[in-house]
Design a protein around this ligand. Structure first.
Ligand SMILES: Cc1ncc(COP(=O)(O)O)c(C=O)c1O
Length: 402
């Protein structure tokens, strides 16, 4: 008999990553089936009525749920080590996950308190979109817990942060911030993209909602967009589930299938990429014309102790500054022959981003500088190439652009 399902939380993490959410069809396929269908046929009219009333199990329409999407959601929940009762809903992109987490749970008159160290799209949602809809927001320098405390209002319903942040790799004390949020009746929403579920388990640190861009490490090979929201079942039952079902930020079954397969190798990829990042920073710290090398597990990172207390690895992203301003920075980037210039991250290919002119360009200059984004700053997502080739590439580019 073929094994059909594997949802056990008792299996070890790497087994869950490969077997979690597996639900074989009658054919017993080894790779997960791809249910590329928008809808489902009902055995009879009464069944359709009962399914719409939630009185009978079964799929209805892929905007609501789909077996391939459900397999991805199940596998990610298992990988996250989410506590009993936490569920996952997949979304079309990471930003669909972030916007839905707020729009599906908050109402006009509520207030969101957020760290200002956010990815550009996340900042747009918190800083511009929510206030336009009557949900006030305050952005703070969140390194000191007192700044969070001082900005709480009676109507604060959600705290939000990315740790490590994009791109400056700032670390926030998740346990302390979660305790503060809970003491004031607010929920803590964490964007865990940079750490990935491999290196950081936000629920164990007190988070209430965890959001992901699955486009990054989960795919890990630059193929599809995707996102995910993990939260307790009650959060979905209360408002978020209805929001998702009726606004339609759903993940396509095809993308879910690619991401499901990506989860099988994510642990191996992320650990290998992090090892590559460690090798690269050792070189970058000695490279002429390079300064301000940042990596959460580097002893020179100002918050490395905090990073080590809540992460089990330093991640796959390194940042550094190249001397000489924007022209020198562009000359360096243009001289690279292996590493690509791109805005994505978490990919098997090493990708270099100039946040000042791309991902964070919509922020005013003073704000970019306050976030540590200078004209010479680069964010490097370390891929799976041999780190020695990456070092040679950077070394040659630095020399030729000097
Ligand atoms: C920290 C972070 N959150 C969210 C997103 C948005 O993800 P997506 O591009 O899948 O919408 C990104 C994308 O770069 C990101 O870096």
């Amino acid at each position: 008999m073929t094994k059909t399902t594997s949802t056990s939380r008792t299996l070890r993490a790497r087994t869950r990553a490969v077997r979690g959410g597996l639900e074989r069809s009658q054919h017993g396929e080894t790779s997960e089936a791809l249910y590329l269908t928008s809808g489902f046929a009902y055995p009879d009219a009464g069944s359709a009525e009962r399914r719409f009333r939630n009185e009978e199990p079964g799929y209805i329409y892929s905007r609501f749920s789909n077996p391939t999407v459900a397999a991805f959601e199940q596998r990610l929940t298992l990988l996250e080590d989410a506590p009993e009762g936490v569920e996952c809903r997949a979304t079309a992109t990471g930003l669909a996950a972030v916007s839905s987490a707020f729009l599906g749970t908050l109402s006009a008159g509520d207030h969101v308190l957020s760290s200002r160290a956010l990815f550009g799209g996340c900042r747009y949602i918190v800083e511009e979109l929510l206030p336009r809809l009557g949900i006030a927001s305050t952005l703070i320098d969140g390194a000191d817990i007192k700044t969070w405390e001082a900005a709480i209002r009676p109507n604060t319903k959600a705290f939000f942060l990315e740790t490590p942040s994009n791109p400056a790799l700032e670390i926030f004390d998740v346990r302390a911030i979660a305790d503060l949020a809970h003491a004031h009746g607010a929920m803590l929403v964490i964007d865990n993209v940079f750490a990935s579920p491999i290196f950081q388990k936000p629920f164990a640190l007190g988070a209430d909602i965890v959001v992901y861009s699955a486009t990054k490490h989960m795919d890990g090979q630059g193929r599809v967009l995707g996102g995910a929201i993990l939260a307790r079942k009650e959060v979905f039952d209360d408002k978020l589930g209805v929001y998702l079902r009726n606004t339609g930020p759903s993940l396509s079954p095809f993308n879910a299938w690619v991401l499901l397969k990506g989860l099988e190798t994510m642990d191996l990829r992320v650990r290998a990429q992090a090892a590559g990042a460690e090798q690269l920073i050792a070189y970058l710290k000695t490279a002429p014309g390079v300064s301000n090398v940042r990596y959460p597990f580097d002893p020179d990172h100002p918050q490395t102790n905090l990073a080590r207390s809540q992460m089990s690895g330093g991640g796959t992203v390194v940042t550094f500054d190249v001397a000489g301003g924007r022209d020198a920075a562009f000359a360096f980037a243009n001289a690279l022959e292996v590493i690509d210039i791109s805005n994505n991250l978490g990919d098997a290919k090493s990708l270099l981003t100039h946040p000042d002119t791309t991902t964070h360009a919509r922020l005013p200059e003073a704000e970019r500088r306050a976030l540590g984004i200078t004209e010479g700053m680069f964010r490097l997502s370390v891929g799976l190439e041999d780190p020695l080739d990456l070092i040679d590439d950077i070394d040659a580019a630095l020399k030729s652009s000097r």
